[in-house]
Design a protein around this ligand. Structure first.
Ligand SMILES: Nc1nc2c(ncn2[C@@H]2O[C@H](COP(=O)(O)OP(=O)(O)OP(=O)(O)O)[C@@H](O)[C@H]2O)c(=O)[nH]1
Length: 337
């Protein structure tokens, strides 16, 4: 069962996206300020047309920074931004020669924050090709190849940084989201997981189901055999549930002795078979810790997602079905109608 890799890296967890948003704001406003500075410089040199054009570009950057202060701008806007900056630097290189080279490095660095990984490689290659073409035209060959290589080194270091960030984020997320006793996802992430399942189901126009599984009379297990024994039972029960779950399913420890399993792309019938298998695995083999061997059962409430249902309503439907299973004598699965 794949738990964490099947889960979204979004919202509260996505540190990289959060960091990107901060970086992008700085890039838009920072570029706007720097370009405004060059506009003033051009005006002081009495180059009014260039000054006016640069001032308009600077205002454009500030406007984008303002409009996208709370969300990432669409990729096409960033593409326009990077083309604009690339053109400004190329023009600056043509007029000031090697002095323009210094602006190439920060622009290459910006590309790392601006684009999703799907088009990042394409954009960085385009910008590199543009800069390489300009430096070979403007600089003597001896300078040009050194600059070209140093830009490649910057791209390599940036790419390594991105890969490290992605791996660090996965590890951090995994550590933060995993329940230490059972290895399932923590209850704090329940609503996010359920909402994510709804979004996926609606987008793919596929069914989705979830089951709430609650250990039966667990208080008496704790009372009779001790809390530590109860811990071992919970640990083993979670492992049995996960052994039935498929790689795309998500298992969450939703409270003390209760689990929620989300089955994406799965209708009620197939989910009921999986949930029954999970309950069977718990009830059939006794739980043994040292010399103690105890048979424990669990009850389940299953609900298929209904169009336009709120995530809380979906969970509520499964909860009501679980309540029925408990009130009808436990050790059974009930399906919400
Ligand atoms: N050992 C252990 N017990 C826990 C843990 N978390 C919660 N519990 C216990 O799990 C029990 C859950 O009880 P309930 O679900 O309210 O009721 P129940 O006794 O299971 O009875 P029914 O649910 O009605 O079948 C409580 O006794 C909690 O103390 C845990 O981490 N370890």
């Amino acid at each position: 069962m794949n738990q964490l890799s099947a889960t979204p890296v979004s919202g509260t967890f996505d540190l990289w996206q959060h960091f990107r948003l901060l970086a992008m704001r700085t890039i838009y406003f920072g570029s706007g300020i720097v370009i405004a500075g060059t506009a003033v410089y051009s005006a002081m040199q009495s180059n009014w047309p260039a000054g006016a054009a640069l001032f308009c570009v600077a205002m454009g950057f500030v406007l984008i920074g303002y409009l996208y202060r709370n969300e990432l701008a669409p990729q096409w806007i960033n593409f326009l931004v990077i083309c604009c900056l690339g053109t400004l630097v190329s023009v600056s290189m043509k007029s000031s020669g090697i002095l323009g080279v210094y602006w190439m490095y920060p622009i290459l660095a910006m590309v790392f924050f601006m684009f999703d990984k799907t088009i990042f490689v394409l954009v960085i290659m385009l910008i590199y090709a543009l800069f390489a073409a300009v430096i070979y035209q403007v600089l003597p060959f001896d300078y040009a190849w050194r600059v070209a290589i140093s830009m490649l080194v910057l791209i390599g270091v940036g790419a390594a940084f991105l890969v490290m960030m992605a791996s660090m984020q996965r590890k951090l997320y995994s550590a933060a989201a995993t329940d230490s006793l059972t290895g399932c996802i923590k209850r704090e992430y329940l609503s996010e997981m359920v909402q994510h399942a709804i979004t996926k189901a609606q987008r793919a126009k596929q069914p989705a189901s979830l089951v709430q599984i609650d250990m039966d009379s667990f208080q008496s297990v704790n009372d009779r055999y001790g809390y530590l024994f109860g811990d071992k039972v919970l640990q083993e029960a979670a492992a049995r549930i996960r052994s039935v779950a498929r790689p795309t399913d998500t298992v969450i420890r939703s409270s003390g002795a209760e689990f929620v399993v989300i089955f994406p792309n799965t209708g009620c019938k197939e989910a009921a078979e999986l949930a029954t298998d999970m309950l069977d695995r718990i009830r059939h083999d006794p739980f043994s810790v040292k010399s103690l061997t105890v048979t424990v059962t669990a009850s389940g409430g299953l609900a298929e997602f209904k169009p336009d249902q709120h995530w809380g309503e979906w969970l509520g439907a499964a909860d009501s079905a679980l309540y029925q299973a408990k009130s009808q004598g436990r050790n059974r699965l009930k399906v919400a109608q």
